[in-house]
Ligand binder design. Structure first.
Ligand code: IVH
Length: 676
């Protein structure tokens, strides 16, 4: 492949993954995969210096301040990243280079905490402002209100230091992370991939109360700027910051290559004792004047490196191999493992994907296996320790009967992405229905907040739902839902259960208004996803014209393949599906394409909204999305230009100001009435 072509390809991919990691808190690849790409790009650029450009991801720190979140704040001191190293040789090289340049420097080795970087500013000993890294050079985001909720950030320092800026890593304890995810799952909300993403997502939320509930912490690892005090070494600054009330990085002082390596290994060996995730060790020159002498590149300091630990691996036992049935009827083998702690979470299951993978690993029930998990990726079984295999095991074969409904399961033709799968042949299989309901309610489909796996299971178990359309008739069974505590754990108080039931019913009602691409995606038709849904929405006036479309009409749409067209035709050929569609229509679910019939979308044109307080059923993001969908504008503060203040419980000064200016104040109900 041509170098210029590959360089461009790598730059595009790295920019994409930077966005996923820094702005969306939702990485798709591990740090290792990212680093591999970055190294390949660095090598290619050094071989072809004529192709190097300042915008290349090798020349700048990953993130950029998220425009829609908090206010942008200019960095006084850049928040640089660190150069990553992966081997003992590279660490020894760094120490040797520092010795050559500085004589006999002292080194500091610290744990590298896997969280997100923030800078904290104090004036006269009072906490004043907290900023995320953003682009690291120019701007970060103002997250002061959220940081005020973090207990380990002192609001007042022990001494009245005139000015101080420190930098630290915000993190979430592993235990808290597991509690948060358990609750998210119960409420049908997004599951976070790891404690770091959860901490990052939390810090960017607009509600400081949630930050308080999620118990974030911080460890300070650098003094960025100070007035009124003088320091000679990094160790001295950390000791002083600890006296000011900060939780600071634990550090080891080293003088030789061997001492540095020993300190790195000692951290690695005690990783399991930390209540939070570590992803490496940081090696720093201790003397602040030496640091100054060495300076920085545009991206990293020359006086420090990070040694990244390889993905954690542990041995554990396969207790059982469970076969689950997915939404599309695919039988997926899942290894149930003796729980082990790995990279910040307890791992007790690992997907085995398909029969080919089971055969390749030759994994059997009772085997001891090696599992690997990098911080962001799902655990994987790497290999089987054959010497530890107990007697009497036999190869595992996925059954030819669906474990849920007992219908026959058949091998499908090999699919490039997923390998060859085994499918349950029964379209009414209850397992498929559970998955289908969860998918239907998910954000990319009908986006029904609160209709997650736990609630779906409870609804199916109690017989409230037999097919998709039953979701929209649950409103007629409100009292039964409360009695059976469908939306809460059985121990929840009755008043909480009725509140969460009403929230769920309101979310269901709201979803009726969605455009038809969300509904089409919600049907979970194989090979018809978000993209096909939006093509259909843009080209057909309503669902029923899609039902009646011919295959030729469908494939004529630019970007619509024959496989998707055929899947649509097959789906609507089934009487059961038309019946569901009609029940959905009778319940009031929107069947018209808003993209094609776009007149109703402008009811809020010319109106500016300000939001305050907690709304009874809608999240702030949902309210904003609805306002924008109907062409309204959103502003952060009340002024004469504000048309409406949408106010919920605990509305604060914005309400008083709006009342003073005679601005119309809307409750959630008033707001919904305007949209009707
Ligand atoms: S020192 C100029 N020390 O790792 C100071 N960073 O991969 C450079 N990190 O952005 C950073 N623990 O957010 C330093 N003990 C530690 C750290 C640490 C975690 C993070 C930090 C940095 C990232 C670089």
């Amino acid at each position: 492949m041509n170098a210029a072509y590959r360089i461009n390809e790598l730059r595009e991919q790295l920019e994409y993954h930077n966005r996923k990691y820094y702005e969306e808190d939702s990485p798709e690849i591990s740090d290792y995969e990212y680093d591999d790409m970055l190294r390949e790009l660095e090598t290619l650029e050094s071989e072809h210096p004529e192709l190097l450009v300042p915008e290349s991801p090798t020349q700048h720190v990953g993130g950029s301040a998220k425009p829609e979140a908090g206010k942008k704040i200019r960095h006084d001191v850049p928040m640089l990243s660190l150069e990553d190293k992966f081997s003992r040789e590279e660490v020894v090289d760094f120490v040797g280079k520092m010795k050559r340049e500085l004589g006999d420097p002292t080194f500091i080795v610290e744990p590298k905490i896997d969280g997100l970087s923030v800078a904290l500013r104090y004036r006269d000993g009072e906490f004043m402002q907290g900023i995320t890294r953003g682009d690291g050079i120019n701007y970060g985001e103002d997250v002061t209100a959220n940081l005020k909720m973090i207990k380990s950030i002192p609001q007042t320092l022990s001494e009245k230091i005139p000015y101080l800026e420190v930098r630290g890593e915000v993190y979430m304890d592993n235990e808290v992370f597991e509690e948060v995810n358990a609750r998210q799952e119960e409420e049908g909300k997004k599951i976070f991939a790891n404690p770091r993403n959860c901490a990052a997502g939390t810090l960017r939320m607009l509600n400081p109360q949630v930050v308080a509930e999620r118990k974030l912490s911080i460890i300070i690892f650098n003094l960025q700027a100070v007035q009124g005090k003088e320091f000679k070494s990094h160790a001295e600054t950390l000791d002083c910051l600890s006296k000011q009330g900060f939780q600071v990085s634990k550090y080891t002082i080293c003088r030789t290559e061997d001492e540095v390596w020993e300190a790195i290994c000692a951290i690695d060996n005690t990783r399991g004792e930390f209540s939070y995730g570590l992803d490496g060790a940081v090696i720093k020159v201790d003397s602040l004047s030496d640091r100054e002498k060495l300076g920085t590149t545009s991206k990293v300091p020359r006086w420090s490196i990070a040694y990244k630990y390889p993905p954690e691996e542990k041995q554990t036992k396969v207790l059982h191999i469970e076969v689950n049935v997915g939404r599309t009827g695919r039988l997926t083998p899942l290894a149930i493992l003796e729980p082990v702690r790995l990279a910040g979470t307890t791992v007790s299951r690992a997907s085995l994907h398909n029969q080919d993978q089971i055969d390749r690993l030759d994994v059997r029930i009772g085997d001891t296996v090696i599992v690997r998990k990098a911080a962001e990726i799902i655990p994987q079984i790497m290999s089987v320790i054959k010497d530890k295999r107990p007697d009497g095991t036999s190869p595992f074969i996925i059954p030819d009967k669906c474990p849920v409904c007992g219908s026959s399961a058949v091998r499908e033709t090999t699919n490039e992405k997923e390998g060859s799968g085994i499918l349950c042949t029964n379209v009414n299989c209850p397992a498929q229905l559970a998955r289908l309901l969860i998918h239907f309610a998910s954000r990319q489909a009908m986006d029904i907040d609160g209709l997650g796996p736990a609630v779906v299971d409870a609804l199916l178990e109690k017989g409230y739902i037999k097919d998709l359309s039953d979701i929209y008739y649950l409103r007629d069974r409100r009292e039964d839902l409360i009695r059976d505590a469908i939306t809460g754990r059985s121990s929840a108080k009755k008043s909480d259960t009725s509140k969460s039931t009403d929230k769920l019913l309101a979310a269901i009602e709201r979803s009726k208004d969605n455009d038809i691409d969300k509904l089409i995606n919600g049907f979970g038709i194989r090979n018809v996803g978000k993209f096909a849904g939006s093509l259909l929405k843009n080209n057909f006036a309503d669902i029923f014209s899609i039902v009646n479309a011919s295959i030729e009409e469908l494939v004529r749409l630019d970007g619509f393949g024959e496989i998707s067209a055929k899947a649509i035709i097959d789906f609507f050929k089934q009487k059961q599906n038309i019946y569901i569609l009609e029940r959905l229509q009778n319940a009031g679910v929107n069947m018209k394409s808003k993209a094609v019939n776009s007149t109703i979308d402008n009811v809020l044109e010319g109106s500016t909204f300000v939001l305050t307080g907690t709304l009874p059923t809608m999240t702030r993001d949902e309210a904003c999305e609805m306002i924008e969908k109907h062409s309204g504008r959103i502003s952060g503060s009340v002024s004469k230009k504000t048309t409406y203040l949408l106010a919920g419980e605990d509305a604060g000064s914005k309400l008083t100001k709006a009342q003073g200016l005679g601005i119309k104040v809307l409750s959630e109900d008033d707001f919904m009435n305007i949209l009707k």
